[in-house]
Ligand binder design. Sequence first.
Ligand code: HEC
Ligand code: HEC
Length: 342
Amino acid sequence: MRKAAKIAGFVFVGIVLLLAVAITFTIGWRPFIGPRARPLTNRSFAATPERLARGRYLVENVAGCMDCHSPHDWAAPDVPISPGMEGAGEVFPLANLPGKIVAPNLTPDRETGAGSWSDDQLTRAIREGIGHDGRALFPIMPYLDYHSMSDEDLASVIVFLRSLKPVHNPLPPTQIIFPVNYLIRDVPQPLAAPVPPPDASTPVARGAYLVTIAACTDCHTPQDAHGMPLPGMEFAGGFILEGPWGRVASANITPAPSGIPYYDEALFKQAMQTGYVKARKLSPIMPWQDFRGMTDDDLASIFAYLHTLKPVDHRVDNTEAPTYCPLCKSVHGAGNQNHPHQ
Ligand code: HEC
Ligand code: HEC
């Protein structure tokens, strides 16, 4: 009897050890102990006219904040933000999300918006993925990209958010299904050091920074079943965006033959400023309505950077019937014209 109990005890300890090793090398302990988060500070950002202007530019024309954090009129052409609702939040309209994801009200309304959140609470949410309530944010909020946002740009963004018209807009809380609600606790990355201004020495370097904080890769890189970017497919398109605007796949924007090798700077500017590539109209979910307000110099820098991307062969064509694609494992236009890379 005692021997049996002893064996059972060993087996139990063995299972616990195996589980511990398995957890350490697979999902890690974060899902159980909560996200990495640094303590809050009492930093605050002084409002200056320069910051207000730079912040408006970043929020409205580069980083896409208002696109996700405002309700839209989905029936109108080019799906404008509902009048008077800039920054007032929305239940995120993308299909196939793991739960109800709500982009919160960022206006200074004290009851339903960001009015009572401190500058450092906003800082930590935007660049480090920790909500004002200490929760790990669902990474569709592109905090992994904004991680590289310089301190001065971040201050400008927050100064501009404080200037928005307060809108009273109660929204339901985000509710993420199990086990995703636990798994995302591994995503946030605290920032321990200041983030210096970006390298602005060449157009390619300026473009790299802009492409990062414009989160182009979030839409233009296809993802695996866990929402992680598919290695080797950076900017190769095929990511599916389905919602009130219809079902479209993002485009391959690498210089590969199946990407945009035929683009010159003028055609790129036309796409980003008008939503048309010659006579072909782009889906309004490609945020050209924001990007059209970018300066000529910034658009030229982005184009210079896109030219340096690794070419990835991947045909994606929304004008053709959706078929299974063996490369990105999703179903998109011209999917069946792709063949596994050798
Ligand atoms: C692709 C869509 C998207 C973009 C672009 C985006 N957000 Fe978000 N944001 C979200 C979603 C969705 C959430 C809620 C995530 C959750 O509840 O887990 C969120 C959460 C936040 C929060 C956390 C609020 C809290 O609870 O503390 C802040 C602050 C925020 N966003 C600010 C910004 C700013 C500033 C920008 C632009 C620099 C921006 N967001 C761009 C979708 C987006
Ligand atoms: C919210 C998702 C999203 C973001 C963010 C986004 N795109 Fe797109 N983009 C799309 C989708 C979807 C399409 C395909 C539209 C279509 O075919 O109708 C597209 C198409 C394009 C095209 C047209 C390619 C062609 O077919 O000729 C270019 C160029 C482009 N995007 C560049 C960019 C750049 C540069 C950025 C960042 C500054 C960016 N996009 C950010 C979703 C996005």
